[in-house]
Design a protein around this ligand. Structure first.
Ligand code: SF4
Ligand code: ZN
Length: 419
């Protein structure tokens, strides 16, 4: 289905054909987010009389106001109302930003939530693109694709630092609330997992399987969200998967999931494990919030989040790792995962779980400190947080090993990671 400019009132061409298109260095006019500035997306439900349908407002400078190659912070605040709307649907609408913004020719979108990244090309600007067009697109497409649940859409775009910071603070509280909705659930509690194939336009063989204890690797979809998405759109990208017979409880492999994944990847992926990064891990697409990698000399693993741009002990930066494994393959020794997943009960539990974690970027570690403390305690290692090295300790395995030995890190005495 091709949507043309006449249906969506923006100066650029628009449609799925432009989804995979990149905006590269020489053609770059302006970027927002991507580690350079803060860029945050939030969908919130509003009362019918609270918002005005079709109202799109830009508060702050536009891409036309800055020099080529410049940056802006960005907040995209989408308010929706409707008789059938529920707060449960907010994350689903929010995740649409990714492909909808990518549909605009000359505009690229990466990431999600508070780690979004929007790149605007000179070509788009020559056609007359302004930031307001993001809101025009989101308004039109939300109506077109989700007309059954919503009646009104209002979009406010912020590009002043203090407004973006305010929205980000509000958004993080929302993300936390959403994440914690699956907190008390376990994979054993349910017979049905959900698929997510939203990212197949970028990574054609990639199929996320989302269980209560494994949120989508983008961090934007958990089991509850996929369930709600299936209710809204029964033929959409989130399908129920009957787990079926358990093939391997330790590594987390089920017959029903394998069959589904084989079909949904058109035969490219025959099986994968939910709970292992060493043996046949789940496939990874470029959206992942974090990528975990083995550190064999430390008998442990590390993970790096998108927002950390420095070197890591596995010898690769996040961007390099994402480039190598983000295409939708299962890459033993590596796995993409969400930030929240790090402290979920089944996180690489087949490889020893969170107790294998020997290195994380300081900012990620601090962000989830409370949860690491809680999970460490549950796993019998209340001081785990202090035992995990970060870039202040070192960025090679040789540099961090003495620290791990001194702290008595549990990974050092666990069974060999490979072998
Ligand atoms: Fe869905 Fe996975 Fe893509 Fe997230 S990363 S949108 S869960 S396919
Ligand atoms: Zn993706």
């Amino acid at each position: 289905l091709k949507v043309t400019v006449s249906e969506i009132n923006i100066p650029c061409s628009f449609g799925p054909a432009f989804e995979g298109e990149r905006v590269r260095g020489a053609d770059l006019l302006c970027q927002m987010g991507g580690g350079k500035t803060q860029a945050t997306e939030l969908v919130k439900m509003a009362e019918m009389n609270e918002i005005e349908d079709g109202k799109v407002e830009l508060i702050g400078p536009d891409v036309t106001d800055i020099e080529a190659g410049g940056t802006l912070p960005l907040g995209i605040f989408m308010q929706v109302a409707g008789r059938e709307m529920q707060p449960d649907f907010e994350p689903i609408l929010e995740r649409q930003c990714h492909h909808l913004i990518n549909y605009i020719q000359g505009v690229m979108h990466i990431g999600q939530r508070d780690i979004a990244w929007v790149r605007v090309s000179k070509g788009a600007m020559e056609k007359g693109f302004t930031l307001k067009d993001l809101g025009v697109v989101l308004h039109a497409k939300f109506h077109q694709d989700f007309g059954a649940i919503l009646d009104k859409v209002q979009v406010t775009l912020y590009t002043n630092q203090e407004d973006v910071d305010k929205l980000t603070k509000k958004a993080r509280a929302e993300y936390k609330f959403r994440d914690e909705r699956v907190e008390k659930m376990t994979d054993e509690d349910v017979e049905t997992f959900y698929s997510c194939t939203l990212c197949q336009s970028f990574a054609p063989n990639h199929v996320c399987s989302v269980s209560p204890e494994r949120t989508g690797l983008c961090g934007a979809y958990n089991w509850m969200d996929c369930k709600a998405s299936y209710e809204i759109n029964p033929t959409g990208p989130n399908q129920p998967i009957e787990k079926g017979e358990c093939i391997d409880p330790k590594l987390g492999q089920w017959k029903g999931v394998n069959e589904f994944v084989q079909k949904a990847s058109r035969g490219a992926v025959t099986h994968y494990n939910f709970y292992s990064m060493v043996i046949d891990p789940m496939t990874t697409c470029g959206c992942c919030e974090c990528i975990a990698a083995m550190l064999p000399s430390c008998n442990g693993v590390m993970t790096v989040s998108r927002d950390y741009t420095g070197e890591t002990p596995c010898g690769m930066k996040f961007t390099t790792l994402a480039g190598v494994m983000g295409g939708g393959a299962s890459s033993p020794g590596f796995v993409g995962h969400s930030k929240f997943n790090i402290t979920q009960g089944k996180f690489i539990i087949g490889d020893g779980g969170l107790l294998r974690m020997v290195w994380m970027p300081k900012m990620l570690k601090e962000e989830i400190k409370e949860r690491i403390d809680k999970r460490g305690k549950e796993m019998g290692c209340p001081d785990l947080y202090d035992m995990i090295a970060d870039e202040s300790v070192g960025i090679t395995e040789e540099e961090i090993l003495p620290f791990l030995q001194e702290k008595g890190h549990p990974a050092l005495t666990m069974e060999p990671l490979v072998g």
